[in-house]
Design a protein around this ligand. Structure first.
Ligand code: SF4
Length: 451
C-alpha cells in the first residue's frame, strides 16, 4: 500500500481542518475577552521583555478574487493616511500600558497592502514605531510587498529604515491562472522589484506561492516554481488555495469548474515539494521551505521553530502585539483581536480606548493542547513526558489523547518511549492529527482542505 493510499484512507483528500496559526483558531474567539483583558495583559508584560509588533494595513488598490485577507479597496490615499494617524494613536495607547524597558524582537507590516503607503506616510509610521520602541539585539523588520504597486521610492524608504526581510506574494506566473484569480502580476514586474530590493541590505527574501488554483497543472506550477527560484528567494511558503466563497465573497468570481480536484491538489503539492527539495530547499513544517542557513532552517535544527499568525517563525518573543483593524495580539494569557471593521477600530482608538473586541483567555487545559499542536506542526513530534511534566494536572488526559491518536493513525504516527512522532511520508497529515487534539472540533465548513 502506498503512502498516498493510506493518506487518502486517513482523510487527506476530504478533511477540512484549521491551519492552526493559533490554538484555538480565531473562529473560537468571543467578545468575552475585550479591552479590559487586552489592557491587563499589556500591563502584565514583564520588565525587560522582548515583544514583537504586527501592523495591519487593511487597504488595497484592487481586490484580487482569490484573496480572503481582511482588506478593503481604495482608489485614493486619503483613507490610508487617516488610518495611519489612528495607528499612531494606538501605538501611544499600547505603549502607555507596557513597562518602560521592553524592546522589539520583530516588526512585521502586513495587510492588505502595506506598500500602498506613500514614502512620507511610511516614514511617519516607522518614525513613530522606532521612537516608541527600542530595537532588540536580534531585531528583524519584515514587510509584505506587492510588486504591482510598490514604488522604488517606497522600497528605498523601507531599506533606509532597516527592512531586512521582504515577503512577496506570487501565487502563480501563468497568465491563464492569473486571469482566473483576478490578479495580474508579471514576472518582469516581480523581478524588477526583487533586484531593487537586493541593492539594499536585505538579509532574506520570502516568496509565497499557491497551489490548487484554477487551471493549474503540474507543468504550469513547475514552470512558476522555476521562475520563482530564478529570483533566488531564501524562503518559500507554499499554501493550498482555500476556496471558501461563503466566507470570502470575492471568491464567487472564481470559476469552480476550473479548480483542481483533491487528487490533483495533492499531486500539485507533491510536485512542488519535490522540486523545491531537489533544488536544495529544506522543508519547514508542512508548508514552508528555506535555504540551509536561513533563520527558519536554523530554528528547525535547534528546535526553536515556532508558529504564529504569519505561519512559521523563528521569533522567540512571548508577546506579539497586533496593531490596526482586525489585528490579533498573542499574550501568555491568551489572544486579543482588535475591532475588525476599520470604522469601529478608528472609533475605539479615537475615543482613547484600546480596540480589543474579541479574543480568548487560555486555561491550562487549552495550553497543553496549544503546545502539543505547535510541536506537531513545527517538528512533527511531541515529547509526551515533558508535556505531562509541564501540565501535571492533565497528565492522564494527555496520555489518553496520544494513545487514541496512535490507535487512530497506526501507520501515520508512532509512540517510542515518551515521544510521539509522525512517520516519514505522513507529514501531510499533520493538520488532521492536530485536529484530533483540538477540543473544539469546529464545523468542517469553517476551514480549508487538509491538502
Ligand atoms: S492579494 Fe494582496 S493586493 Fe490582492 S486583495 Fe489580497 S492583499 Fe490585496
Amino acid at each position: 500500500m502506498t503512502n498516498f493510499t493510506q493518506l487518502r484512507r486517513y482523510g487527506i483528500l476530504d478533511a477540512k481542518v484549521p491551519r492552526y496559526t493559533s490554538y484555538p483558531p480565531a473562529n473560537h474567539f468571543s467578545d468575552e475577552v475585550g479591552q479590559t483583558e487586552q489592557s491587563d495583559w499589556l500591563r502584565a508584560v514583564p520588565e525587560g521583555a522582548s515583544v514583537s509588533l504586527y501592523v495591519h494595513i487593511p487597504f488595497c488598490k484592487r481586490l484580487c478574487w482569490f484573496c480572503a485577507c481582511r482588506t478593503q479597496g481604495t482608489s485614493t490615499l486619503r483613507p490610508v493616511e487617516a488610518y495611519v494617524e489612528t495607528l499612531l494613536h494606538e501605538i501611544d495607547l499600547v505603549r502607555a500600558r507596557l513597562p518602560k524597558d521592553v524592546s522589539l524582537s520583530r516588526l512585521h507590516l502586513g495587510g492588505g497592502t502595506p506598500t500602498i503607503l506613500s514614502s512620507d506616510t511610511m516614514a511617519l509610521l516607522l518614525d513613530k514605531i522606532f521612537d516608541t520602541f527600542a530595537r532588540g539585539d536580534a531585531f528583524e523588520f519584515s514587510v509584505e510587498i506587492d510588486p504591482t504597486e510598490a514604488s522604488f521610492a517606497l522600497l528605498d524608504t523601507l531599506i533606509i529604515y532597516g527592512m531586512n526581510r521582504a515577503s512577496i506574494g506570487v501565487q502563480d506566473f501563468d497568465p491563464r491562472v492569473q486571469t482566473a484569480i483576478g490578479r495580474m502580476q508579471s514576472f518582469q514586474q516581480t523581478s524588477e522589484v526583487v533586484h531593487h530590493l537586493r541593492t539594499g541590505n536585505l538579509d532574506s527574501l520570502n516568496m509565497d506561492l499557491l497551489y490548487g488554483l484554477p487551471f493549474q497543472t503540474a507543468q504550469s506550477l513547475s514552470q512558476s516554481l522555476q521562475d520563482v527560484m530564478s529570483l533566488q528567494p531564501d524562503r518559500l511558503a507554499l499554501y493550498g488555495y482555500a476556496h471558501v466563497p461563503w466566507m470570502s465573497k470575492r471568491q464567487v468570481l472564481i470559476d469552480e469548474s476550473a479548480l483542481p480536484d483533491p487528487e490533483m491538489r495533492y499531486e500539485l503539492s507533491e510536485v512542488a515539494r519535490r522540486l523545491l527539495t531537489l533544488d536544495g530547499f529544506e522543508q519547514i513544517g508542512f508548508d514552508h521551505f528555506a535555504r540551509p542557513g536561513d533563520g527558519l532552517a536554523t530554528a528547525k535544527a535547534s528546535g526553536h521553530l515556532r508558529r504564529n499568525f504569519q505561519g512559521y517563525t523563528d521569533d522567540t518573543a512571548e508577546v506579539l502585539i497586533g496593531l490596526g483593524a482586525s489585528a490579533i495580539s498573542k499574550f501568555p494569557q491568551g489572544y486579543s483581536q482588535n475591532q475588525s471593521a476599520t470604522a469601529k477600530y478608528v472609533a475605539a482608538i479615537e475615543g482613547q480606548a484600546l480596540a480589543g473586541a474579541r479574543g480568548f483567555a487560555l486555561s491550562d487545559a487549552d495550553r497543553w493542547i496549544a503546545l502539543a499542536i505547535e510541536q506537531l506542526m513545527c517538528g512533527f513530534q511531541v515529547n509526551i513526558a515533558q508535556l505531562q511534566a509541564d501540565f501535571p494536572a492533565h497528565a492522564s488526559t494527555i496520555s489518553t489523547a496520544f494513545s487514541q491518536l496512535a490507535a487512530a493513525f497506526p501507520l501515520g504516527v508512532a509512540i517510542d518511549g515518551h515521544n510521539l512522532s509522525v512517520n516519514s511520508g505522513f507529514e501531510p497529515l499533520v493538520r488532521i492529527l492536530a485536529g484530533q487534539l483540538d477540543a473544539f472540533q469546529a464545523p468542517q465548513t469553517a476551514h480549508s482542505s487538509a491538502i
